[in-house]
Design a protein around this ligand. Structure first.
Ligand code: E4P
Length: 217
């Protein structure tokens, strides 16, 4: 399963890229607002840090303007993936951009039927929002399981990019279900690393090592 980080914060992206864990980055207008920088410059800088797909989201709601935005964003770097909303205009834009050889991430997906449409429109990625589904008492991961079944039934190549991830269990379930990608906020990636028994074990080893009076270097 590929790991993308869900942020526009350049410091977090630089830190995580250095671990070798990052396969890509997803951003959205809210994350751009939170990070505070110029949108186009931020995307350009992220593309310099990370080789994999970097999702940049369009903000127009009509096909023509959305397509023009997609063309402009795609011109920033070769690894830009254009994010379009799961609307009729978004699907139309997806089809055109995909036909031109640009990768498209169809976002704001809240049902397996919507995911089916995105695959038929040629999307490279579909982004089911699991956390926001859970927020309204629906089972976000059940939606991912349905999408996995549908895509496998018909050999769709669209990659399932699990989004709106809120905690490590979402990541575990995504991996068990065979999701292709998970996009994870930096704070959740750090939670994945930590385990109290790792800390406890390390403390004990270091204490015993100190008692030996030896040094490796
Ligand atoms: C996906 O690409 C979105 O940027 C993101 O995962 C949305 O997450 P949120 O529901 O925590 O805002």
């Amino acid at each position: 399963m590929k790991f993308f980080v869900d942020t526009a914060n350049l410091d977090d992206i630089r830190e995580l890229a250095a671990t070798g864990l990052l396969d890509g980055v997803t951003t959205n207008p809210s994350l751009i607002k939170k990070a505070g920088g110029d949108f186009l410059e931020t995307i350009a800088e992220i593309c310099r840090i990370v080789d994999g797909p970097v999702s940049a989201e369009t903000v127009a709601t009509d096909h023509e303007t959305m397509l023009a935005e997609g063309h402009k964003l795609a011109g920033i770097a070769e690894n830009v993936t254009i994010k379009v909303p799961l609307t009729m205009d978004g699907l139309k834009t997806c089809k055109v951009l995909t036909g031109e050889g640009t990768k498209v991430n169809v976002t704001l997906c809240f049902s397996a039927n919507q995911a089916l449409l995105a695959a038929k429109a040629g999307a490279s990625f579909i982004s089911p929002f699991v956390g926001r589904h859970d927020d309204v008492s629906q089972d976000g991961m059940a939606m991912v399981e349905d999408i996995r079944t549908i895509y496998d039934n018909y050999d769709f190549e669209t990659e399932i990019l699990v989004a709106s991830v809120r905690h490590p269990l979402h990541v575990l379930e995504a991996a068990l279900m065979g999701a292709d990608v998970v996009t994870v906020p930096p704070e959740v990636i750090r939670k994945l690393v930590n385990h109290p028994l790792t800390d406890k074990g390390l403390d004990a080893f270091l204490k015993d090592w100190a008692d030996t009076g030896q040094s490796i270097l």
